[in-house]
Ligand binder design. Structure first.
Ligand code: B16
Ligand code: MG
Length: 224
């Protein structure tokens, strides 16, 4: 039986609730561009890179060809400045319930820990949450050829840790993220609506992070 060697975490929506701030900042930009959208559409942006998210919003409004590459870059930067301004008060109080307990257990069990977030702001957010020291490796999204659902980000983390993907457990809240974990040949833990997570391929699902229990996850992994 394969022994679990590493846990690879998503950030937004798993470790903390930045997903809500991404939504607010994109929504405000969408309104400026006369492209309103709701939370349902926003779900499709979870785990998706900044530029790809902008492209999807412009496509929604039928405005893909209305902006040059430079203008799109400026729009993405404006969204990011707005998003970062929403994070100023972030502190360890913003860590989702159960996350630090899980990280402590993993450390005590000598299981390796990495971060596979599409966010370029991830190192700054981990710092603000006081969690940086738990992570042995943080994938730099600038180094990737393809974003989630491509498995590259999870495979990159496994390679950096020097572990077999089949001995890794990925934790995600986005459909694109679950698909990326499965395509990487890893065990996928989904945080969110069970039907949605299962449809994306999750091997084990919890409705919220407070239910992330090391012993239960390992037991499910062992059954695979
Ligand atoms: P940034 P994750 C993703 O983070 C978010 O889910 C997604 O909404 C965001 O567009 C993306 O990071 C890029 O973030 O603009 O900060 O570089 O869920 O992969 O941790
Ligand atoms: Mg996420």
């Amino acid at each position: 039986m394969t022994k679990v060697a590493a846990f690879i975490f998503d950030l937004d929506g798993v470790i903390t609730d930045t997903a809500e701030y991404h939504y607010l900042a994109w929504k405000r930009l969408g309104e400026q561009l006369a492209i309103p959208f709701d939370k349902e559409f926003n779900e499709t942006l979870k785990g998706i890179s900044r530029m790809e998210s902008l492209e999807r919003i412009l496509a929604l409004g039928g405005k893909t060809d209305e902006y040059s590459t430079e203008q799109k870059q400026a729009l993405a930067e404006a969204k990011n400045a707005d998003y970062v301004s929403l994070l100023v008060d972030m502190s360890p109080a913003d860590i989702y319930p159960g996350i630090e307990r899980l990280l402590q257990t993993l450390q005590a069990q000598h299981i390796r820990i990495a971060l596979a977030s599409a966010s370029k702001n991830a190192p700054m957010i981990l710092q603000a949450l006081g969690l940086t020291d738990y992570f042995e490796y943080i994938v730099n999204p600038d180094d990737l050829q393809a974003g989630k659902p491509n498995p590259e980000i999870f495979l990159r983390a496994a390679k950096a840790l020097g572990v077999d993907p089949q001995a890794c457990i990925g934790v995600e809240d986005a459909e694109a993220g679950i698909e990326a974990i499965k395509a990487a040949n890893m065990f996928a833990v989904g945080v969110g609506t069970p039907a949605v997570m299962q449809a994306a391929g999750a091997d084990y699902v919890v409705a919220q992070t407070s239910e992330l229990d090391f012993t239960k996850i390992i037991a499910k992994f062992a059954l695979k």
